[in-house]
Design a protein around this ligand. Structure first.
Ligand SMILES: [Zn+2]
Ligand SMILES: [Zn+2]
Length: 299
């Protein structure tokens, strides 16, 4: 299985347009040892011909252009066979509306996510110009879907509805999912969990059998935003388990056997973005890597 990180940052990207935090300022000025990053999206393929996007970020056009394997091979063509969505947050879905050039799209998502994106959304009509423009395929937690050479199983993760739907829907187990993606031939497994509010037994089980884990690296600490004067929301209120601390993912996932363990969906405030920070040293010392735009993994 081929894995290419197209974007490795959380919503807002790094730097974020309206953010003057230490990290964003430093990366703009070039005074920080850190790489800029676009918003989270990953391309995967079993054969190098048909590709699947995990999430569709607002930066999808540049992300597709950044990776020649995703370029068209005919006058009207795309090697993107389908797009798989983890949740309805705009940093994961908004890119769909940029793929509006009358190209047939196949989208895998929970029924709940599909409804949240399509119902009452007048902009969605741009993807309904012909009846066959979008084919939705329902992901159901615990059920395996055949992608041809690869299979995907959605795993329910604790989360919340996207901000713009918080008042429309009560929280639901299908608000957010992670993926277990298996290559049929080799049996190798990628576990993709980029938005996780808490590490449940179900998630632990999914990660235990994986050869490569991509995991929620949004925040280092529970109070990362309030501590930097960036609003009052704590990590858990934004449905992200922090990396550090006693209840953090670094401690609670310390027993994983996966050869590659990689943090992705990293918020611009996170100190692990700074290559010379003690937090980054702690993560690397524990055997984890930090995703960057353009990172490639062959499983
Ligand atoms: Zn996100
Ligand atoms: Zn910032």
């Amino acid at each position: 299985m081929l894995i290419r990180v197209l974007g490795s940052a959380a919503g807002g990207g790094f730097p974020q347009w309206n953010c003057g935090c230490t990290n964003c300022r430093g990366v703009r000025e070039g005074s920080l040892k850190a790489l800029p990053r676009s918003q989270e999206s990953v391309a995967i393929s079993g054969d190098g011909e048909r590709w699947f996007l995990l999430n569709a970020s607002p930066e999808i056009r540049q992300q597709i252009e950044s990776f020649p394997s995703l370029h068209p091979r005919a006058a009207r063509h795309s090697p993107i066979a389908a797009i798989l969505l983890t949740n309805g947050d705009l940093d994961h879905c908004l890119g769909l509306l940029s793929l509006r050039e009358s190209h047939p799209l196949v989208i895998y998502a929970t029924e709940r996510l599909r409804r949240g994106f399509t119902e009452g959304n007048v902009l969605y009509r741009t993807l309904e110009r012909t009846p066959e423009q979008v084919t939705w395929r329902a992901l159901k937690p615990g059920r395996e879907e055949d992608l041809g050479g690869l299979t995907v199983e959605a795993v329910s993760v604790p989360g919340k509805p996207p901000i713009h739907l918080e008042h429309a829907f009560p929280p639901d187990p299908e608000d957010g999912v992670g993926f277990k993606i298996r290559e049929r031939g080799s049996g190798r497994v990628l576990a993709y969990f980029s938005g996780v509010a808490a590490v449940t037994d179900e998630i632990r089980e999914a990660l235990a059998g994986a050869d490569c884990v991509l995991f929620d690296g949004t925040f280092w600490s529970e109070d990362e935003l309030p501590a930097q004067g960036l609003g009052g929301k704590r990590a858990v209120q934004m449905a992200h388990v922090p990396i550090g601390g006693a209840g953090g993912s670094l401690a609670s996932l310390s027993g994983l056997s996966a050869k590659r363990r990689i943090y992705i969906h990293i918020n611009n405030t996170n100190p692990i973005l700074r290559e010379d920070s003690p937090e980054r040293a702690a993560v690397v010392g524990a055997g984890w890597e930090i995703a960057w735009d353009g990172m490639e993994i062959t499983l």
